[in-house]
Design a protein around this ligand. Sequence first.
Ligand SMILES: NC(=O)c1ccc[n+]([C@@H]2O[C@H](COP(=O)([O-])OP(=O)(O)OC[C@H]3O[C@@H](n4cnc5c(N)ncnc54)[C@H](OP(=O)(O)O)[C@@H]3O)[C@@H](O)[C@H]2O)c1
Length: 330
Amino acid sequence: MQQRPLGRTGRSVSAIGLGTWQLGADWGAVSEDDALAVLAASVDRGVTLFDTADVYGDGRSESIIGRFLSQRPGHGITVATKMGRRLAQEPENYTPANFRAWTSRSRANLGVDTLDLVQLHCPPTAVIEDAATYDALDELVADKAIAAYGVSVETCEQALAAIARPNVTNVQIIFNPFRLKPLDEVLPAAEEAGVAIFARVPLASGLLSGRYTSGTTFAENDHRSYNRHGEAFDRGETFSGVDYEVGLAAASELTAALPPGVSLPAASLAWIASRPGVTSVIPGARNVRQAQSNADAAALLDGDFDVDAFEAAVYAVYDRHLRATIHPLW
Ligand SMILES: NC(=O)c1ccc[n+]([C@@H]2O[C@H](COP(=O)([O-])OP(=O)(O)OC[C@H]3O[C@@H](n4cnc5c(N)ncnc54)[C@H](OP(=O)(O)O)[C@@H]3O)[C@@H](O)[C@H]2O)c1
Protein backbone atom coordinates (compact mmCIF):
# COMPACT_ATOMS: atom_id res chain seq x y z
CA MET A 1 0.00 0.00 0.00
CA GLN A 2 1.40 3.40 -0.98
CA GLN A 3 1.92 5.73 2.00
CA ARG A 4 1.78 9.46 1.26
CA PRO A 5 2.71 12.60 3.20
CA LEU A 6 -0.16 14.03 5.25
CA GLY A 7 0.20 17.70 4.34
CA ARG A 8 3.00 19.29 6.33
CA THR A 9 2.57 17.12 9.45
CA GLY A 10 5.52 14.82 8.82
CA ARG A 11 3.15 11.85 9.08
CA SER A 12 2.23 9.51 6.24
CA VAL A 13 -1.14 7.95 5.49
CA SER A 14 -2.19 5.19 3.11
CA ALA A 15 -3.42 6.04 -0.40
CA ILE A 16 -6.59 4.17 0.51
CA GLY A 17 -7.88 4.72 4.03
CA LEU A 18 -11.08 3.65 5.74
CA GLY A 19 -14.21 5.71 6.33
CA THR A 20 -16.00 4.61 9.50
CA TRP A 21 -19.41 6.29 9.36
CA GLN A 22 -20.89 2.78 8.89
CA LEU A 23 -19.24 1.60 12.13
CA GLY A 24 -21.43 4.04 14.04
CA ALA A 25 -24.30 1.84 12.82
CA ASP A 26 -25.90 4.84 11.14
CA TRP A 27 -26.28 2.83 7.91
CA GLY A 28 -28.15 -0.07 9.45
CA ALA A 29 -26.81 -2.40 12.10
CA VAL A 30 -23.12 -3.31 12.35
CA SER A 31 -22.18 -5.31 15.45
CA GLU A 32 -19.19 -4.27 17.51
CA ASP A 33 -17.34 -7.48 16.64
CA ASP A 34 -17.95 -6.87 12.94
CA ALA A 35 -16.77 -3.28 13.29
CA LEU A 36 -13.54 -4.41 14.99
CA ALA A 37 -13.04 -7.00 12.25
CA VAL A 38 -13.41 -4.31 9.55
CA LEU A 39 -10.73 -2.20 11.26
CA ALA A 40 -8.39 -5.19 11.62
CA ALA A 41 -8.89 -6.32 8.01
CA SER A 42 -8.05 -2.83 6.78
CA VAL A 43 -4.93 -2.43 8.89
CA ASP A 44 -3.73 -5.90 7.99
CA ARG A 45 -3.80 -4.80 4.33
CA GLY A 46 -1.81 -1.61 4.86
CA VAL A 47 -4.49 0.98 5.71
CA THR A 48 -3.04 3.60 8.06
CA LEU A 49 -5.83 6.20 8.01
CA PHE A 50 -9.22 5.97 9.72
CA ASP A 51 -11.73 8.74 9.15
CA THR A 52 -14.38 9.10 11.86
CA ALA A 53 -16.49 11.79 13.56
CA ASP A 54 -17.84 12.51 17.01
CA VAL A 55 -21.39 12.11 15.70
CA TYR A 56 -21.01 8.72 13.98
CA GLY A 57 -23.20 6.59 16.22
CA ASP A 58 -22.96 9.50 18.69
CA GLY A 59 -19.36 8.51 19.51
CA ARG A 60 -19.66 4.75 18.86
CA SER A 61 -17.37 4.84 15.83
CA GLU A 62 -14.68 6.76 17.76
CA SER A 63 -14.99 4.48 20.81
CA ILE A 64 -14.63 1.30 18.78
CA ILE A 65 -11.56 2.75 17.05
CA GLY A 66 -10.15 3.69 20.46
CA ARG A 67 -10.65 0.16 21.72
CA PHE A 68 -9.09 -1.32 18.59
CA LEU A 69 -6.00 0.90 18.75
CA SER A 70 -5.45 0.26 22.46
CA GLN A 71 -4.81 -3.35 21.51
CA ARG A 72 -2.22 -2.40 18.88
CA PRO A 73 0.56 -0.43 20.55
CA GLY A 74 2.90 1.30 18.08
CA HIS A 75 0.22 0.96 15.41
CA GLY A 76 1.26 3.97 13.25
CA ILE A 77 -2.36 4.69 12.34
CA THR A 78 -3.64 8.22 11.93
CA VAL A 79 -7.16 8.87 13.15
CA ALA A 80 -8.89 11.82 11.54
CA THR A 81 -12.01 12.73 13.46
CA LYS A 82 -14.51 15.58 13.00
CA MET A 83 -16.35 18.01 15.18
CA GLY A 84 -19.12 20.56 14.86
CA ARG A 85 -22.32 18.62 14.35
CA ARG A 86 -23.28 17.97 17.93
CA LEU A 87 -25.09 21.32 17.80
CA ALA A 88 -26.93 23.09 14.99
CA GLN A 89 -24.55 24.16 12.22
CA GLU A 90 -24.95 27.86 13.04
CA PRO A 91 -21.90 30.16 13.09
CA GLU A 92 -22.47 31.11 16.76
CA ASN A 93 -21.88 27.48 17.82
CA TYR A 94 -18.30 27.35 16.50
CA THR A 95 -16.80 28.87 19.66
CA PRO A 96 -13.44 28.15 21.34
CA ALA A 97 -15.35 26.71 24.34
CA ASN A 98 -17.33 24.30 22.15
CA PHE A 99 -14.18 23.31 20.25
CA ARG A 100 -12.62 22.45 23.61
CA ALA A 101 -15.64 20.47 24.81
CA TRP A 102 -15.99 18.56 21.53
CA THR A 103 -12.30 17.67 21.31
CA SER A 104 -12.22 16.61 24.99
CA ARG A 105 -15.05 14.18 24.31
CA SER A 106 -13.29 12.80 21.21
CA ARG A 107 -10.03 12.41 23.14
CA ALA A 108 -11.89 10.39 25.77
CA ASN A 109 -13.68 8.28 23.14
CA LEU A 110 -10.43 7.55 21.31
CA GLY A 111 -8.40 7.15 24.52
CA VAL A 112 -5.69 9.64 23.53
CA ASP A 113 -4.26 12.85 25.02
CA THR A 114 -3.79 14.49 21.62
CA LEU A 115 -6.02 13.94 18.60
CA ASP A 116 -4.02 13.29 15.42
CA LEU A 117 -6.27 15.38 13.17
CA VAL A 118 -9.60 17.12 13.72
CA GLN A 119 -11.70 18.28 10.78
CA LEU A 120 -14.50 20.80 11.07
CA HIS A 121 -17.51 18.77 9.97
CA CYS A 122 -18.95 20.71 7.03
CA PRO A 123 -19.42 24.03 8.82
CA PRO A 124 -21.24 26.99 7.25
CA THR A 125 -19.24 29.04 4.74
CA ALA A 126 -19.07 31.97 7.18
CA VAL A 127 -17.15 29.77 9.64
CA ILE A 128 -14.74 28.59 6.96
CA GLU A 129 -14.06 32.18 5.94
CA ASP A 130 -13.65 33.55 9.49
CA ALA A 131 -10.05 34.02 10.73
CA ALA A 132 -11.28 33.52 14.33
CA THR A 133 -12.07 29.88 13.50
CA TYR A 134 -8.42 29.18 12.75
CA ASP A 135 -7.19 31.19 15.76
CA ALA A 136 -9.25 28.90 18.00
CA LEU A 137 -7.93 25.79 16.24
CA ASP A 138 -4.34 27.08 16.50
CA GLU A 139 -4.86 27.38 20.27
CA LEU A 140 -5.93 23.74 20.49
CA VAL A 141 -2.73 22.80 18.65
CA ALA A 142 -0.64 24.96 21.01
CA ASP A 143 -2.30 23.22 23.98
CA LYS A 144 -1.61 19.79 22.41
CA ALA A 145 -5.30 18.88 22.51
CA ILE A 146 -4.94 18.28 18.76
CA ALA A 147 -1.88 17.78 16.59
CA ALA A 148 -3.39 19.13 13.38
CA TYR A 149 -6.66 20.32 11.88
CA GLY A 150 -8.53 20.37 8.61
CA VAL A 151 -11.92 21.15 7.14
CA SER A 152 -14.50 18.83 5.64
CA VAL A 153 -16.47 20.79 3.05
CA GLU A 154 -19.47 20.48 0.77
CA THR A 155 -18.45 22.79 -2.10
CA CYS A 156 -15.37 23.54 -4.15
CA GLU A 157 -15.59 27.22 -3.14
CA GLN A 158 -15.42 26.22 0.53
CA ALA A 159 -12.47 23.94 -0.23
CA LEU A 160 -10.56 26.78 -1.88
CA ALA A 161 -11.23 29.08 1.10
CA ALA A 162 -9.90 26.45 3.54
CA ILE A 163 -6.87 25.63 1.38
CA ALA A 164 -5.90 29.32 1.46
CA ARG A 165 -5.43 29.21 5.28
CA PRO A 166 -1.81 28.68 6.33
CA ASN A 167 -2.22 25.99 8.99
CA VAL A 168 -4.87 23.78 7.43
CA THR A 169 -3.52 20.23 7.09
CA ASN A 170 -6.28 18.70 4.99
CA VAL A 171 -9.51 19.32 3.18
CA GLN A 172 -12.03 16.52 2.90
CA ILE A 173 -14.36 16.71 -0.10
CA ILE A 174 -16.62 14.46 -2.16
CA PHE A 175 -14.70 13.35 -5.22
CA ASN A 176 -15.57 10.31 -7.32
CA PRO A 177 -16.44 9.39 -10.94
CA PHE A 178 -19.87 11.01 -10.40
CA ARG A 179 -18.42 14.19 -8.85
CA LEU A 180 -15.63 15.64 -10.98
CA LYS A 181 -15.59 19.34 -10.14
CA PRO A 182 -12.72 19.08 -7.59
CA LEU A 183 -10.46 18.27 -10.56
CA ASP A 184 -10.95 21.79 -11.96
CA GLU A 185 -9.43 23.96 -9.23
CA VAL A 186 -9.41 22.24 -5.83
CA LEU A 187 -6.88 19.49 -6.47
CA PRO A 188 -4.35 21.80 -8.19
CA ALA A 189 -4.73 24.42 -5.41
CA ALA A 190 -4.26 21.82 -2.67
CA GLU A 191 -1.20 20.36 -4.33
CA GLU A 192 0.31 23.82 -4.72
CA ALA A 193 -0.38 24.71 -1.07
CA GLY A 194 0.78 21.38 0.39
CA VAL A 195 -2.71 20.69 1.76
CA ALA A 196 -3.80 17.05 1.85
CA ILE A 197 -7.04 16.05 0.15
CA PHE A 198 -9.18 13.22 1.53
CA ALA A 199 -11.67 12.04 -1.11
CA ARG A 200 -14.87 10.99 0.64
CA VAL A 201 -17.98 9.20 -0.63
CA PRO A 202 -15.68 7.70 -3.29
CA LEU A 203 -18.22 5.00 -4.20
CA ALA A 204 -21.16 7.42 -4.34
CA SER A 205 -22.61 5.73 -1.23
CA GLY A 206 -22.37 2.36 -2.97
CA LEU A 207 -23.81 3.30 -6.40
CA LEU A 208 -20.30 2.73 -7.76
CA SER A 209 -20.33 -0.81 -6.40
CA GLY A 210 -22.28 -1.56 -9.58
CA ARG A 211 -24.48 -4.05 -7.71
CA TYR A 212 -27.62 -2.02 -6.98
CA THR A 213 -30.77 -2.25 -9.08
CA SER A 214 -34.06 -0.39 -9.23
CA GLY A 215 -35.37 -2.94 -6.74
CA THR A 216 -32.60 -2.56 -4.13
CA THR A 217 -33.91 -1.45 -0.74
CA PHE A 218 -32.04 0.08 2.19
CA ALA A 219 -32.75 -0.06 5.92
CA GLU A 220 -35.13 2.54 7.29
CA ASN A 221 -32.36 4.06 9.44
CA ASP A 222 -29.95 4.20 6.46
CA HIS A 223 -29.57 7.69 4.93
CA ARG A 224 -29.97 6.10 1.51
CA SER A 225 -33.62 5.64 2.52
CA TYR A 226 -34.31 8.92 4.26
CA ASN A 227 -31.96 11.54 2.72
CA ARG A 228 -32.28 11.08 -1.04
CA HIS A 229 -33.62 14.59 -1.41
CA GLY A 230 -31.66 16.22 1.42
CA GLU A 231 -34.38 15.74 4.02
CA ALA A 232 -31.88 15.38 6.91
CA PHE A 233 -28.58 16.86 5.64
CA ASP A 234 -26.93 17.99 2.40
CA ARG A 235 -28.27 15.74 -0.33
CA GLY A 236 -24.82 15.59 -1.90
CA GLU A 237 -23.81 13.19 0.91
CA THR A 238 -26.31 10.57 -0.28
CA PHE A 239 -25.42 8.89 -3.59
CA SER A 240 -23.17 11.91 -4.14
CA GLY A 241 -26.31 13.93 -4.99
CA VAL A 242 -26.98 11.75 -8.05
CA ASP A 243 -30.55 10.71 -8.87
CA TYR A 244 -30.70 6.99 -8.07
CA GLU A 245 -31.95 5.77 -11.47
CA VAL A 246 -29.51 8.02 -13.35
CA GLY A 247 -26.74 6.65 -11.12
CA LEU A 248 -27.68 3.06 -11.98
CA ALA A 249 -27.43 3.81 -15.71
CA ALA A 250 -24.12 5.66 -15.30
CA ALA A 251 -22.64 2.86 -13.16
CA SER A 252 -23.61 0.22 -15.69
CA GLU A 253 -21.95 2.18 -18.52
CA LEU A 254 -18.76 2.45 -16.46
CA THR A 255 -18.88 -1.28 -15.72
CA ALA A 256 -19.03 -1.96 -19.46
CA ALA A 257 -15.80 0.02 -19.92
CA LEU A 258 -13.78 -2.00 -17.38
CA PRO A 259 -10.95 -4.30 -18.37
CA PRO A 260 -11.48 -7.98 -17.48
CA GLY A 261 -10.90 -8.85 -13.82
CA VAL A 262 -11.25 -5.30 -12.48
CA SER A 263 -14.33 -4.37 -10.45
CA LEU A 264 -16.04 -0.99 -10.64
CA PRO A 265 -15.37 -0.10 -6.98
CA ALA A 266 -11.69 -1.05 -7.30
CA ALA A 267 -11.28 0.92 -10.54
CA SER A 268 -13.03 3.93 -9.00
CA LEU A 269 -10.86 3.91 -5.87
CA ALA A 270 -7.63 3.47 -7.82
CA TRP A 271 -8.55 6.20 -10.30
CA ILE A 272 -9.38 8.64 -7.49
CA ALA A 273 -6.16 7.82 -5.63
CA SER A 274 -4.16 8.30 -8.82
CA ARG A 275 -5.30 11.90 -9.38
CA PRO A 276 -2.56 14.43 -8.54
CA GLY A 277 -3.44 16.28 -5.36
CA VAL A 278 -5.33 13.39 -3.73
CA THR A 279 -3.63 12.16 -0.57
CA SER A 280 -6.07 9.45 0.49
CA VAL A 281 -9.38 7.95 -0.59
CA ILE A 282 -11.62 6.98 2.32
CA PRO A 283 -14.26 4.41 1.28
CA GLY A 284 -16.70 3.25 3.92
CA ALA A 285 -17.03 -0.49 4.43
CA ARG A 286 -19.76 -2.42 6.15
CA ASN A 287 -18.02 -5.77 6.32
CA VAL A 288 -14.62 -7.40 6.11
CA ARG A 289 -15.00 -8.39 2.48
CA GLN A 290 -15.61 -4.80 1.41
CA ALA A 291 -12.76 -3.52 3.57
CA GLN A 292 -10.35 -6.04 2.08
CA SER A 293 -11.26 -5.45 -1.52
CA ASN A 294 -11.12 -1.69 -1.06
CA ALA A 295 -7.64 -1.84 0.44
CA ASP A 296 -6.56 -4.28 -2.27
CA ALA A 297 -7.63 -1.77 -4.94
CA ALA A 298 -4.40 0.10 -4.11
CA ALA A 299 -2.54 -2.66 -5.98
CA LEU A 300 -4.04 -1.30 -9.21
CA LEU A 301 -1.94 1.83 -8.69
CA ASP A 302 1.23 -0.18 -9.15
CA GLY A 303 -0.05 -2.69 -11.69
CA ASP A 304 -1.00 -2.51 -15.36
CA PHE A 305 -4.50 -1.06 -14.87
CA ASP A 306 -5.02 1.50 -17.66
CA VAL A 307 -6.04 4.52 -15.60
CA ASP A 308 -6.25 6.77 -18.66
CA ALA A 309 -8.71 4.49 -20.43
CA PHE A 310 -10.91 4.36 -17.33
CA GLU A 311 -10.68 8.13 -16.99
CA ALA A 312 -11.87 8.57 -20.58
CA ALA A 313 -14.94 6.49 -19.74
CA VAL A 314 -15.48 8.47 -16.52
CA TYR A 315 -15.51 11.77 -18.42
CA ALA A 316 -17.78 10.46 -21.15
CA VAL A 317 -20.31 9.09 -18.66
CA TYR A 318 -20.16 12.23 -16.51
CA ASP A 319 -20.67 14.49 -19.52
CA ARG A 320 -23.56 12.40 -20.78
CA HIS A 321 -25.47 11.92 -17.53
CA LEU A 322 -24.26 14.17 -14.74
CA ARG A 323 -22.32 17.31 -15.55
CA ALA A 324 -25.36 19.50 -16.16
CA THR A 325 -27.00 18.67 -12.82
CA ILE A 326 -24.00 17.99 -10.54
CA HIS A 327 -21.31 20.43 -11.62
CA PRO A 328 -23.20 23.66 -10.74
CA LEU A 329 -24.24 22.50 -7.26
CA TRP A 330 -21.10 21.59 -5.34
N1 LIG B 1 -19.52 15.36 5.93
C1 LIG B 1 -18.49 14.54 5.97
O1 LIG B 1 -17.42 14.91 6.36
C2 LIG B 1 -18.68 13.12 5.50
C3 LIG B 1 -19.87 12.76 4.85
C4 LIG B 1 -19.96 11.48 4.33
C5 LIG B 1 -18.93 10.57 4.50
N2 LIG B 1 -17.80 10.93 5.17
C6 LIG B 1 -16.69 9.97 5.36
O2 LIG B 1 -16.37 9.38 4.12
C7 LIG B 1 -16.45 7.95 4.25
C8 LIG B 1 -16.82 7.34 2.91
O3 LIG B 1 -18.05 7.81 2.42
P1 LIG B 1 -19.38 6.95 2.56
O4 LIG B 1 -19.12 5.82 3.46
O5 LIG B 1 -20.46 7.91 2.88
O6 LIG B 1 -19.66 6.44 1.07
P2 LIG B 1 -18.88 5.47 0.09
O7 LIG B 1 -17.55 5.13 0.61
O8 LIG B 1 -19.00 6.10 -1.24
O9 LIG B 1 -19.85 4.19 0.06
C9 LIG B 1 -19.87 3.25 1.09
C10 LIG B 1 -20.79 2.10 0.69
O10 LIG B 1 -20.34 1.51 -0.51
C11 LIG B 1 -20.55 0.11 -0.48
N3 LIG B 1 -19.24 -0.54 -0.62
C12 LIG B 1 -18.08 -0.23 0.01
N4 LIG B 1 -17.08 -1.03 -0.40
C13 LIG B 1 -17.60 -1.86 -1.32
C14 LIG B 1 -17.08 -2.92 -2.11
N5 LIG B 1 -15.80 -3.25 -2.05
N6 LIG B 1 -17.92 -3.59 -2.94
C15 LIG B 1 -19.23 -3.24 -3.03
N7 LIG B 1 -19.79 -2.26 -2.31
C16 LIG B 1 -18.98 -1.57 -1.46
C17 LIG B 1 -21.20 -0.21 0.84
O11 LIG B 1 -22.59 -0.22 0.58
P3 LIG B 1 -23.61 -1.22 1.35
O12 LIG B 1 -23.82 -0.51 2.67
O13 LIG B 1 -24.80 -1.20 0.46
O14 LIG B 1 -22.94 -2.53 1.50
C18 LIG B 1 -20.81 0.97 1.70
O15 LIG B 1 -21.72 1.21 2.75
C19 LIG B 1 -17.47 7.75 5.39
O16 LIG B 1 -17.42 6.46 5.94
C20 LIG B 1 -17.04 8.85 6.33
O17 LIG B 1 -15.89 8.45 7.06
C21 LIG B 1 -17.67 12.19 5.66
